[in-house]
Design a protein around this ligand. Structure first.
Ligand SMILES: [Cu+2]
Length: 201
């Protein structure tokens, strides 16, 4: 086996590897880019998710915390995306009882009462990919949608419909515009090769 080794070359590669390991940003910036664009979303842009589907790799929300508040009988935010395993901190900012009744595929995942103002509870049950529906059994007008996604390349547009997703690895993908409340989904395929690509809906 020793006859296959070429010490000089291995030496150079090792030095290069150590150098790049010390500056991981140099590695990713060469092969990653930004997706920007504008979508038509009228007055409900905050309800829309934009995400890249099926990026090679594995991500977990284990170290992430997101807050779902209850304010003036509304869930805030009404729509959010998370990585699987993200801890959601449930919060009641109202001076009355709410309960957070969460469903996945129409089955109850959990149901927690928060009777007091300022009360919080935490859960990390959002382990499946897909759409969770959150309702309050006391106030039927209250709803929220938590969408668990495979990778961190997601965002919401601003109020004028502009969005940006940074540091996406180069590749050919599908970009999804998704309204989880209406269950409306529009796909656009794109190729990210250079520094940026524009995808409008
Ligand atoms: Cu309520």
């Amino acid at each position: 086996m020793h006859s296959f080794r070429r010490p000089g070359r291995v030496g150079v590669c090792s030095i290069l590897f150590v150098f790049l390991s010390a500056f991981p940003c140099l590695v990713s910036s060469a092969s990653a880019g930004t997706i920007t664009g504008r979508i038509t979303c009228g007055s409900h842009c905050d309800n829309i998710l934009i995400y890249v589907e099926d990026v090679p790799g594995q991500w977990s929300g284990e170290d992430e915390v997101a807050v779902l508040d209850q304010v003036n009988k509304e869930y805030v935010p009404h729509v959010m995306a998370v990585l699987p395993g993200t801890t959601i901190r449930l919060q009641n900012s109202d001076p009355e009882l709410h309960n957070v009744h969460t469903y996945f595929n129409k089955e109850t995942v959990f149901n927690i009462s928060l009777p007091f103002q300022g009360q919080t509870a935490e859960t990390d049950v959002f382990t499946e990919l897909g759409r969770y529906v959150v309702l309050c059994d006391v106030h039927t007008e209250m709803s929220a949608y938590i969408v668990s996604l495979q990778n961190p390349y997601f965002t919401k547009p601003d109020k004028d419909g502009f969005y940006e997703i940074e540091n996406v690895p180069a590749g050919k993908y599908t970009l999804v515009k998704y309204d989880p409340e209406e269950k409306e989904r529009v796909d656009k395929s794109f190729v990210l090769q250079g520094e940026s690509v524009t995808v409008d809906f």
